[in-house]
Design a protein around this ligand. Structure first.
Ligand code: SF4
Ligand code: SF4
Length: 171
């Protein structure tokens, strides 16, 4: 079998996503109608095949364009690593909502340099999980996955291969 060559051109992906808006709505409906276990199995096997073919350090688009949330434990660990008090860390890096939600106050993320995470060992749970295709219950994340379809080449390629695997034909 020929080696899989992923599409990683973000401009191409964004234009393609615009053209495929209606098609993707139909595909989301098909996913919602399909058995959860078989979708998880297909998505996880495509993720395992495709992720190693994509170099995230050539992309970094999630770290450039997503709102990053963190929790108290993560903020404590990172501020200690950076030799900062929590007050100093919070004032420099965070914005806080009245509901206790803490987010990075800058996009691209403060800690991204040359497409690499400079605090990799201390990155946040959301950073570790993204794009979350290895996790069970893909059907519960159809909406959020497609939110990132035009931003993340891993998601884009997995979804396009999934369409082929499921023999999806848009009407
Ligand atoms: S903490 Fe690291 S992995 Fe997370 S968004 Fe920032 S640069 Fe990316
Ligand atoms: S996870 Fe997706 S958006 Fe983030 S760097 Fe990798 S390919 Fe790019």
């Amino acid at each position: 079998m020929a080696a899989f060559i992923p599409q990683t051109d973000l401009i191409y992906i964004q234009n393609f996503a615009q053209e495929k808006l209606a098609e993707n709505e139909q595909f989301k409906d098909l996913l919602r109608e399909t058995d959860a276990e078989s979708i998880d199995s297909m998505v996880q096997s495509l993720d395992a095949m495709i992720t190693p073919t994509i170099d995230c350090t050539s992309c970094g688009n999630c770290c450039k364009s997503l709102m990053v949330c963190l929790n108290e434990q993560e903020a404590n660990a990172l501020s200690t690593h950076l030799n900062q008090s929590r007050e100093e860390f919070d004032a420099t890096y965070l914005e806080k909502g009245s509901n206790g939600l803490m987010i990075m106050n800058k996009m691209p993320c403060h800690f991204l340099t040359n497409n690499r995470c400079t605090i990799y060992e201390y990155r946040f749970e959301g950073c570790k999980e993204f794009p979350a295709l290895h996790l069970p219950n893909f059907k519960r994340r159809v909406f959020t996955t497609f939110m990132h379809y035009d931003r993340c080449p891993i998601i884009f390629n997995v979804v396009e291969q999934l369409k082929e695997k499921m023999e999806f034909e848009p009407s």
